[in-house]
Design a protein around this ligand. Structure first.
Ligand SMILES: [Zn+2]
Ligand SMILES: [Zn+2]
Length: 257
């Protein structure tokens, strides 16, 4: 059995804790896009402290994902996984022996939990998103995705829970005060997923075993939680309140799979 909790999601910072539940639980943080003080506080709200985290996986170098990864790792001696490109993009800092290289398709065995990273189209050096499993439950996490590729969809088959970017409403983005270059970047093939593109992914991966759908990385300016819930509920043939929206400052409750 796995449980997971977003500690916050959006352009202000992304961080999700995943725990394999058993006699010796394994806990991993997916991204660390908060300051160390905030991260400690959010972990406290989840009933955890930094010492309870066994591993950190960083998806890519953008500030809302990498955040305090290095200071957390060094202070609490927590091993960190990221791609070679992500490490290079942040200036290849020293992790004092705690850094491990993550690669597309190469499973990371953490003991009690396995992470499988996969390449995604996003405007970073070597971005990876991932699935986690304890051997029975499977969780997919995709917070930054320009568009769905066949490779991405292959990795998302048979997920019991999915945390997926629902970044923007296309019309709200078009009418926003963003400068044209930013509109092109966000809405482009290597930017962020629109609500309708996320709904297409949801429709493609839905199956009887999908227990939770979490809408993540919503744009504060160009989206509304109620709109996302309505669209995703329609795509997944469920009620709007069955769609959990990860909030920037509060994330989600613990969800069990
Ligand atoms: Zn990003
Ligand atoms: Zn992001």
């Amino acid at each position: 059995m796995l449980r997971f909790k977003s500690l916050g999601s959006g352009s202000s910072g992304n961080c999700t804790v995943v725990e394999s539940m058993g006699i010796a639980p394994m806990r991993v943080l997916i991204d660390c896009g908060l300051g160390l003080k905030h991260l400690s506080a959010r972990l406290g709200e989840a009933g955890l402290q930094p010492e309870d985290i066994h591993a950190v996986f960083i998806t890519h170098e953008h500030g809302d994902h990498i955040g305090c990864a290095r200071s957390l790792s060094l202070r609490y001696r927590i091993p960190v996984w990221m791609s070679h490109g992500t490490h290079a993009a942040i200036g290849a800092p020293d992790f004092d022996g705690l850094l491990h290289t993550a690669r597309d398709g190469k499973a990371i065995d953490l003991g009690g939990m396995q992470i499988t990273p996969f390449t995604v189209p996003h405007d970073a050096r070597e971005p990876l998103q991932l699935t986690c499993t304890d051997g029975s439950a499977k969780l997919g996490i995709l917070t930054d995705l320009g568009h769905a590729t066949a490779h991405v969809m292959e990795h998302l088959t048979a997920c019991d829970a999915l945390l997926l970017e629902c970044n923007h409403d296309t019309d709200m983005l078009a009418q926003s005060s963003y400068p044209p270059f930013l509109k092109r970047r966000v809405g482009g093939q290597y930017g962020h997923l629109s609500n309708t593109a996320a709904a297409d992914i949801a429709r493609a991966v839905i199956h009887g075993g999908l227990k939770h759908f979490v809408a993540a990385h919503l744009s504060a300016q160009n989206n509304r939680p109620a709109l996302v819930q309505e669209l995703m509920a329609e795509a997944l043939s469920c009620g709007a309140h069955d769609i959990v929206v990860a909030r920037p400052d509060a994330g989600t409750p613990w969800l069990h799979i």
